[in-house]
Design a protein. Structure first.
Length: 297
């Protein structure tokens, strides 16, 4: 009985910082929530420009890899189509893949695209920590320090928006510095809310976000950050969270790979994303560990 009680206490100690009603009751008394950062500027391990360039590079590679399925989008963006045709021609010459082969089938899996573009792949697997469930591993390649290694997907809620029922028993709620919440749960009510918001925001053939992270095979292979486990005494943190607001000039055709969507589409503001950035070099086979309670100095 004592062992069970200790296990329940440990579970609650790890979960309470993601339970919205508990946060509401304790926010004034205790400043430490999921993360406490003295100033927003100190949240930046790398620059926003570096994050933007990494996402742009990765999403463009995914778009080219899936070029044959983008006909409806490209028909509405003739100038963009010309640009991608030029990039595709260069890519075909580089990889020695003919236009016929490229047009008839997908040349690579999303994981292979990530490996060819950034030099590594990440995927979900059983964590090396006991009772931790699923974790995220670098399965191929090498990740240098200061690299965007994954993204935290989910529905983005402002402070006043309803998330009480979604937070019940939900270990995947991430609290940003300014109180914005991201629900990265891919099951139950959270899953239904995300899918509903995604369909609401679709503009003709243009998808404003990616729904495939809710499945076992995400088309954006970076969208696995919600499964990165908290560090322990034995496993030090090797990645950290960094908030990133998607700029207004983000290419429309590439938004289909963004694994986040706002709960309320009437609010005119930049989409909040959270990426995970490496704190050191990470080799193939290593599991990613962060710290839910990191104080950035």
């Amino acid at each position: 009985a004592r062992a069970l009680l200790r296990a329940l206490r440990r579970r609650w100690a790890a979960y309470k910082y993601r339970f919205v009603p508990w946060l509401a009751l304790n926010l004034r008394r205790q400043r430490r929530t999921l993360r406490y950062v003295p100033e927003s500027s100190q949240d930046k391990i790398i620059s926003d420009e570096d994050v933007f360039e990494t996402l742009l590079k990765t999403f463009k590679a995914l778009f080219l890899n899936d070029f044959s399925r983008q006909a409806d989008i490209l028909a509405l963006l003739p100038e963009v189509k010309c640009q991608y045709l030029e990039l595709l021609t260069l890519e075909q010459k580089r990889s020695k893949v003919t236009s016929c082969n490229r047009g008839s089938q997908q040349a690579f899996s999303p994981e292979e695209v990530l490996l060819n573009t950034l030099g590594f792949t990440v995927s979900r697997d059983r964590s090396s920590l006991e009772s931790a469930g699923t974790g995220v591993f670098v399965t191929k390649g090498f990740v240098p320090k200061g690299t965007v290694v994954s993204m935290y997907p989910g529905t983005v809620y402002r402070k006043h928006e309803p998330i009480f029922f979604q937070s019940l028993g939900n270990p995947f709620i991430f609290r940003c510095i300014d109180g914005i919440l991201i629900d990265g749960n891919d099951k139950g009510l959270s899953r239904s809310v995300y899918r509903s918001c995604r369909r609401r925001d679709q503009l003709g053939p243009f998808q404003m976000s990616d729904e495939s992270w809710l499945t076992a095979s995400p088309q954006n292979p970076l969208a696995v950050g919600q499964y990165v486990n908290n560090c322990s005494h034995e496993k030090a943190a090797n990645v950290c969270y960094q908030e990133f607001d998607v700029p207004g000039h983000f290419p429309l055709e590439l938004k289909q790979y963004l694994p986040n969507i706002v709960y309320n589409h009437d609010i005119e503001s930049h989409l909040r994303c959270v990426v995970l950035v490496t704190l050191r070099d990470i080799k193939q086979g290593e599991e990613l560990f962060s710290n839910y309670y990191t104080v950035v100095r």
